[in-house]
Design a binder for this molecule. Sequence first.
Ligand code: 26Q
Length: 809
Amino acid sequence: MYIDKETIKRDFKKKLTSMFAEEVQDASPLHQYQALGALVKEYASENWMKTRKQYTEKKEKQVYYFSMEFLIGRLLMSNLINLGIKDECQRALKDLGIDLGELEEVEVDAGLGNGGLGRLAACFLDSMASLGIPGHGCGIRYNYGLFEQKIVDGYQVEIPDNWLRDGNVWETRKEDKAVEVRFGGYVETSFDNNKLTFHHRNYEPIIAVPYDIPIVGYHNNTVNTLRLWSAEPVGREFDFSSFSKGEYTKAVEYKSWVESISQVLYPDDSREEGRILRLKQQYFFVSAGIQSIIRRFKKLGVAIQRFDEYIAIHINDTHPAVAVAELMRILVDDEGLSWDEAWRITTNTIAYTNHTIMSEALEKWPIDMFRKILPRIYMIVEEINRRFVEELSARYPGDEERIRNMAIIGYGNIRMAHLAIVGSHSVNGVAKLHTEILKKQELANFYQYYPNKFNNKTNGITHRRWLIQANPRLASVISSAIGNKWIYVPTDLRRLMGFSKDASFQSKISQVKYNNKVDFSNYVKEHYDVDIDPNSIFDVQVKRLHAYKRQLLNVFHIMDLYNRLKENPDLDIVPRTFIFGAKASPSYYLAKQIIKLINTVADKVNKDTSIKGKLKVVFLENYRVSLAEKIIPATDVSEQISTTTKEASGTGNMKFMMNGAVTIATLDGANIEIRDEVGDDNIVIFGMKDYEVLNYYRNGGYSAMDVYRNDIRLTRIVDSLINGYFNVSYNEFKMIYDSLLYQNDEYFVLKDFDSYVNAQNRINELYKDKAKWQEMCICNIANSGEFSSDHTIIHYSKGIWNTKPSIIL
Ligand code: 26Q
């Protein structure tokens, strides 16, 4: 789309007038941002209509990506870039005395996700739109996203994320598209016209109101939709006066019960099981989403028997797995199809992605709870299970144990992963190793039974947000070397390999990194009042805090390095700045102790002038998408150090690679595929191999205590957690201490320590050779195109959804 500067200026002023009756110079940055956002949305609207119309007229197959989480971040810049009007807009605002970069900072992140899974959903939306694939998001419009993190005295404190306080310029409330979702009550059966019929009685109705957000494709006129559902009571305006006293109270209670459903995103907390509200959230958005899909489908005038030829539903982990039963319910109860016909359609429509092998994260719901909230859905799950168990008995006669292990309902629970596998035609893992582990270990029984359902789709990230938008300096240096085909075909970045040894190109790349580091240092100074040196190595670990991600291993290396520096202040190392960003789930105490430990170490190290500024540690408060966009382009060393087999894929690893960081990693998740792309010389690998880890888990034989006793560095570090070294109470880090020595270090922090320290020493040596280091950085950028989510989405589209691009002229 092309809009000239003068038009933008005129339209922007008009918006300020119509929305706020203000002139440019009187409007606050918030109002300026809101006016600009509204204007950008307006610019996208025509294509939004056009896209929708074309999809309907051409009856194109649609994909609906169902996810409890969409970690969108900000939309202003990415919309401007994708519409192709960023530069013109920047010039227009400049004429009016406004800095676009400042307005960008006014937008609050849409933090409707925990981490990787939610961000993946957001990258996928961007890629689907940019490839012209008719694909839309379906989720929940939480009033509160992931909590805001404050660090107070080194501890994490959670603050509610009231992201809608000033409204959301990107959304459109579609009241006329609202649907009803029913909870509770009971099911009556009757025989009508010789047919068994089910009547849901005495249920609590809830209105689901959709809020639509445009998803703008890159320079291609496509605008898809992210539809987020909000829960509202039936009868929006209560006529409270008409209620008697008792009913009045009931009505108010009902209202707040309803509103609780879309109130808050659950922080990733697989330990806290069986929370009723989360199940209600799941059914709420799944039912609303499927109802609205059916409604639209019916307008096509195609027989419902052909539903699966026109619709693909993708479920992001098991969180929306109740979709299997809900689609069955609608097809059987409302559309009057036979069970077998409905089952064929359902399984052909639905596909499922698994994001974890951590067994404690596999969702299950207690039968009694599930039945009470979703009585009809429970009956359907029971019937699916009955038929599945019957099939299994025919295939594995007498193998009761296998059948018990595979059943959807067992040991008083409904196992959502089993429901998702049985009810879909495709089950995919998110990186090669992860998929292999699913097939050979976690889901081996299912793989044997349904070998053709299983497939791998390695994750990806959108290079538009994570390179073009977040790192414009790098994008421009790349284009000056190889042109801009890479923007449309990211694997074209490969051509940078021709420049990997080119001294002048190396120096450009190094200058970009340096400038980004200066920018970030200024940001750290302004927001944390910490001085960091842009000439030091920026070594970054940013991701959710989890024991398996091993932030602790990183801290232990820092403690060891500090000890070495104390012994020898002239130790020949390149100065390093270790940067962390991580939120811990509010009830995950071990994770919170690790945050406190990082801050405690930071405090001690940063205050100590005797180490001559060779070591700095910074904990970035409130890590989120918009902060990731600032730190990733400024990173030299990317920490991807999970216990091998535990990180399904990782996606941060890809973002760093694309921005020219060198990765220090275990051979876990997608790190393996990154290594395969760049080769062993351009990544630093350490740690246990998958088979070693699996062997210890299966057969035992690891003694953390022995490792601790036999390595004096570790003895010293681990002891200092409890011996007063840090001037904190004995119990401050006791849980960490016990997890290592008395729970035998489940994630092999001690076991991998020596190997990790050696790897870090290699990093130090490599960095000293400036040319070699730049060559590594370029090689990483050049090979990162494989990890564009465009690539990933093309594979989903061809291999799972059977959809094709629809070019909007
Ligand atoms: C479960 C029960 C109750 C409340 C919350 C949850 C919950 C919420 C979020 C469980 C899991 C999640 C998120 C998981 C996640 O982000 N997994 C990551 O997915 C990425 C995308 O595939 C992978 O790259 C990461 O390896 C994986 O950890």
